[in-house]
Write a protein that binds this ligand. Sequence first.
Ligand SMILES: Nc1ncnc2c1ncn2[C@@H]1O[C@H](COP(=O)(O)OP(=O)(O)OP(=O)(O)O)[C@@H](O)[C@H]1O
Ligand SMILES: [Mg+2]
Length: 331
Amino acid sequence: MSQSGTGSKLVPAIQAVALTKEFGDRVVVDHLSFSVRVGDIYALLGDNGAGKTTTINMLTTLLSPTSGDVYISGYHGVKQAEQCKKSFGVVSQDVCLYQELTAYENLIFIADLYGINRTHAVPRIKQLLAQAGLADRANDLAGEFSGGMQRKLSIAMSILHNPKVLFMDEPTVGLDPASRRQIWLMLKELRAAGVTILLTTHYLEEAELLADRIGIIRKGNLVLEGTIDELRAKIEGIHSISIRLGKTYSAEELKVKIDKLLLRLSTDITYDPVRNTISIAQPKDAQLVPCMQTVLAWLETEKIVFSNIATNEPSLEEIFLAVTSSSPAAN
Ligand SMILES: Nc1ncnc2c1ncn2[C@@H]1O[C@H](COP(=O)(O)OP(=O)(O)OP(=O)(O)O)[C@@H](O)[C@H]1O
Ligand SMILES: [Mg+2]
């Protein structure tokens, strides 16, 4: 494998090759291989304990892998550790900042750490404080900030040195909807500026909104990967067809009608009396179109009055549940 560290778009921004971590006899990350293209936002999803933080810790060289390799911007995590470390920033799962320093002093501290002189650091810090909505709080102690403000400050700290690659472990955990949106905007601006971002999240809506590609890990293995549309296509049988009825049928009447549909289509059919809606799951082995045709024919022969019929695409949450509940969980 040729790795040059030239910043070429052909070289992935992040690459994990058969990355493995064992703690004692427990394999927490198991030959995990994936790569993130330059300029993409990649969301790593998985249950609690799936191995997301351990993976990020290995990718950011905080933790040595038991085996396998890491490349960031083409630089090997061990053999080219110096160049590798300079090319990325990290926002860890727990906010890391100096509580007894002001927001400004925290940022100056990071600038000194990276050897950025004051002439360059001061305007950059002002810009970052404004971007994070903290310009008027620059001289307040970070320890007195709310959780959301601390998180925004820690993001500013992680991008101060203009990294090409950013790792974010649950960047919006515990934030109110407005702060979460602000961070989403910050991430989109970073992507527009060409920064590659790998984030983990338990908010599937966040991954769906932000990510160019999504990887779902389970027990340290990548079980599904792709764009949201590719993920949808890979999971068959979880579209649903919903029919809003145009009149109210008695429970007995409905049961007789639904039983007739069940003879044609062996699947889950539920009725929601609040919405007066029948929901029909697409059977795993059937294509959506013939399934829809069967339903339409059934509506006609049973003379069912309905006001609306719709197909629902699986949400990322449904995909995630389908993948993560397909075999018994360990851990
Ligand atoms: N230092 C350690 N020593 C022993 N086991 C560890 C250590 N760090 C993590 N683990 C184990 O590795 C597994 C994966 O943990 P990890 O923190 O990577 O999960 P995660 O996917 O980030 O979960 P969460 O969504 O809860 O943050 C867990 O079973 C955890 O107990
Ligand atoms: Mg974690």
